[in-house]
Design a protein around this ligand. Sequence first.
Ligand SMILES: Cc1cc2nc3c(=O)[nH]c(=O)nc-3n(C[C@H](O)[C@H](O)[C@H](O)COP(=O)(O)O)c2cc1C
Ligand SMILES: [Mn+2]
Length: 487
Amino acid sequence: MSGTVFDGLQEFVDAAMEVDEYRIIEGADWNEEIGALLEATAELIPDPPMLIFDAVNGYPPGFRIATNVIGGAKRMALALGLPLEGKSRQELSELGRRKLREARPIPPEEVPTGPVMENVLTGDEVDLLRFPVPRYHAMDGGRYIGTHDSLINKDPDSGYVNVGTYRMEVHERNLLGLWMSPGQQGRLICQRYWERGESCPVVAVFGEDPLLFMASHTRLPWGESELDYAGGIRGRAVAIVRGPITGLPIPAHAEIAIEGEVPPPWVEARDEGPFGEWPGYYSGGTVGTGEPQPVIRVKAIYHRNTPILGGGAPMWPGARSDGGLALGEGRAGVADLLRAGVQDVVQSASHMGYIRAISLRQRFPGHAKQAAHAAFAATRNGRWIVVVDEDIDATDLKEVLWAMTTRCDPARDIEIVDGCWSTPLDPLVSADRARSDAGDHTNSMAIFYATRPFQLRDQFPQVSRAPRALRRQVVEKYRGILPFPEQ
Ligand SMILES: Cc1cc2nc3c(=O)[nH]c(=O)nc-3n(C[C@H](O)[C@H](O)[C@H](O)COP(=O)(O)O)c2cc1C
Ligand SMILES: [Mn+2]
């Protein structure tokens, strides 16, 4: 099965069930219970299975929600067409990264129709609560159909088609709320229609093949379509049906899609959220900006028979599981730092959403500062940058904290920079706005120099922990006697 290209979520879920762990959960409550169960699962089960919710309360069997779809290494390998056996997680991550790096765009291919058109609902038949849409967190302002979604719209000037993942709540049976952060390409395209006094035509997809979803939340340069990029990583064009109302592409194998329009916010806008976000707070949307947000007037719904809604909500960062593959380091990754001219960067890892740890082989006085400032310049909405020496594993938060407690002298080694690039999703920024309505979406950041001082590196006390190679050796030697985990 390795190497298979999956057209849609349904095809992928079926294949994943054959090769990896999953659970089907029947009778769960869409109101808070699904959200809480997902959080508990991520928090307490190290490598959680795919979860399929069926017969959600008040809904017929067959209208399912799929969550944690590529949250495991094997499922992600399956999605990316990588070998399913015989490779370590590290090797698979490297193969995955290479695949994403080397993908060349393949434009979508138009087909006359597809499974998404099995059910067509227009006019009074349009009802978004036909699907078992969860309210994920207790204080969410609505039921969120769009968490793992894709919004498709087209630049009216150049004709380029953008795809982006933005949260969407159900305001009414035919009205969706849309939270696009300022500067997002999907929002910039809407603005171009609004400037002309027009509504922006859109397609939204809920439940799509995992690689199309992955492309949808990858930030590509303006003008490059995520549909072409998705085709590239799949190695085969995404099949699309031309939307009868908007003329926009609708992925032919989408589970659920809508066509509609986003009117200028001065014509129609609604309070959006609150919604529990990835920092672990209700942020973004109206609580983050103090303003009502755009809506989508839904004109048609299309769905497959027995549709699977792609689901899953942001949760507090401590619940985030380490399952899946590490495919990228995000902004301020090793590649970014090397490109900025910093030498001898060993690792760059992010923790709890707001901590960026960078390990460095220090070569000259000021090297740690150079690395920290390059990382800081490349970071959006970060908070703590920690520079550590090369003997510290930057991906291991315990080691990073050890360096902070033993190599960072607070009076001298913490630097604070104010007025940094951030977003209304930052709980500190949101709170600040609520107080002042200042419209300032910046935050401050602190750099922790948790490195041995360069000039004192030879006098610094030697580390007493057993060397890594020796630790590995004894673990292998005594594995028969002691229950050591695989390493
Ligand atoms: C699960 C998930 C949910 C997201 N939700 C939002 C959101 O509600 N609003 C937003 O502006 N960005 C959100 N993002 C980030 C965007 O999808 C990402 O920045 C993407 O690059 C946007 O596409 P664009 O660059 O074409 O605008 C989300 C990302 C993920 C992975
Ligand atoms: Mn884009």
